[in-house]
Design a protein around this ligand. Structure first.
Ligand code: AMP
Ligand code: MG
Ligand code: MG
Length: 335
């Protein structure tokens, strides 16, 4: 390919490295043991030091390099002096080598909106932190690893960093970093992985798999449930239900063949939760909509809340949409 890479490919390449940096911040805060938890709207809506630092890092790093892009982050943060060590200047050379789908090759910075969830699955992050041994304790006990084995540790895999790229109201690319990937391997293992995707180009950083056979395995919330949510899951006549945290994590379940559909019949999920996951899911032929089957829009001026819930599947989205009960459709109005 001749000429300089398209703006959106340069942005995506930077977002890849910026998400890795955010993932390392998320790990560092967990290992420090000082989470600095703040309740936002209540006990099930939390913010930690990791959410704050990761968002500062992502937004400042991207806006320095792409000053005309609109960047919308989940956390409301006071304007503070930024520590230079939060800035990430790197990019993925692999992404820069890819050919941009023709329809996006002429995009300008001004046309792009970036949706940032610096830490998706904060509730699970705080729960998992309670069973992580911290450096001081590890030294005293000489037990080596900072991460001890305990049942709640699986929650570490619920945690992701989400950077979604939108244009013309559509999610056109996304990056997901999973900071604790490989935590099971114990001390010395390199933690974390980064997945990315762009409809028209493909998805990378994972092995695409489908749930075997015709099994309907539904993944849904573990910490934001209510009767409407469970009624809707039951209506899918699932063979199994996986209650796990995080929107990013649930989409990973879909593309890695651990779940067939993500069903969440409740408001609460926001545009920064769904933009990056939607782009990656769409890149492999899946579909994410509200519970009515309507697409969400990601323009800069949209309402942040996904009020009409989330319905996502790698295959057979229309089947799951057809099974949503009338009572649920009435309870959740479309935007
Ligand atoms: P969950 O599936 O419960 O982990 O939710 C996925 C994403 O939506 C997470 O970022 C949650 O914080 C967010 N979310 C879902 N429901 C609510 C709620 N009722 N209040 C606050 N955040 C929510
Ligand atoms: Mg989130
Ligand atoms: Mg978050």
């Amino acid at each position: 390919m001749s000429g300089s890479p398209a703006v959106v490919m340069r942005l995506l390449a930077s977002a890849y490295s910026v998400a890795e940096k955010a993932g390392s911040i998320v790990r560092k805060v967990l290992h420090s043991g000082e989470l600095g938890i703040v309740e936002k709207t209540g006990a099930n809506d939390l913010q930690t030091l990791a959410d704050r630092l990761a968002q500062q890092s992502i937004c400042a790093s991207l806006s320095r390099r792409f000053p005309k892009i609109t960047i919308i982050g989940e956390e409301e943060l006071p304007a503070e002096d930024l520590s230079e060590d939060l800035i990430e200047n790197g990019h993925s050379e692999d992404i820069l080598q890819k050919t941009c789908p023709a329809e996006y090759s002429g995009l300008k910075e001004e046309e792009i909106v970036v949706w940032v969830d610096p830490l998706d699955g904060t509730k699970e992050y705080t729960e998992a932190s309670r069973c992580v041994r911290h450096p001081a304790e590890a030294q005293i006990s000489h037990k080596g690893p900072y991460i001890s084995h305990s049942t709640a540790l699986w929650l570490l895999d619920n945690v992701t960093v989400l950077i979604g790229i939108a244009c013309g109201g559509k999610a056109i690319a996304g990056v997901i970093n999973q900071p604790f990937y490989n935590y099971q391997l114990g001390p010395g293992a390199e933690l974390g992985r980064t997945m990315w995707g762009m409809p028209g180009l493909g998805a990378f950083g994972f092995q695409l798999q489908e749930v075997p056979g015709d099994r309907r395995i539904i993944t849904t919330t573990r910490s934001h449930s209510n009767k409407v949510v469970t009624d809707c899951v039951d209506a899918m006549e699932p063979h199994d239900v996986l209650r796990v945290g995080g929107a990013g994590n649930k989409i990973i379940h879909l593309v890695e063949g651990r779940a067939s559909a993500y069903v969440f019949a409740s408001p609460g999920c926001k545009k920064w939760d769904t933009c990056a996951p939607e782009a990656i899911l769409h890149a492999v032929g899946g579909k994410l909509t509200d519970i009515h089957g309507n697409a969400y829009r990601y323009d800069a001026n949209v309402k942040h809340m996904n009020s009409a819930g989330v319905l996502a599947a790698l295959r057979n989205h229309e089947y799951y949409a057809s099974r949503v009960p009338q009572s649920v459709l009435q309870a959740l109005k479309s935007d």
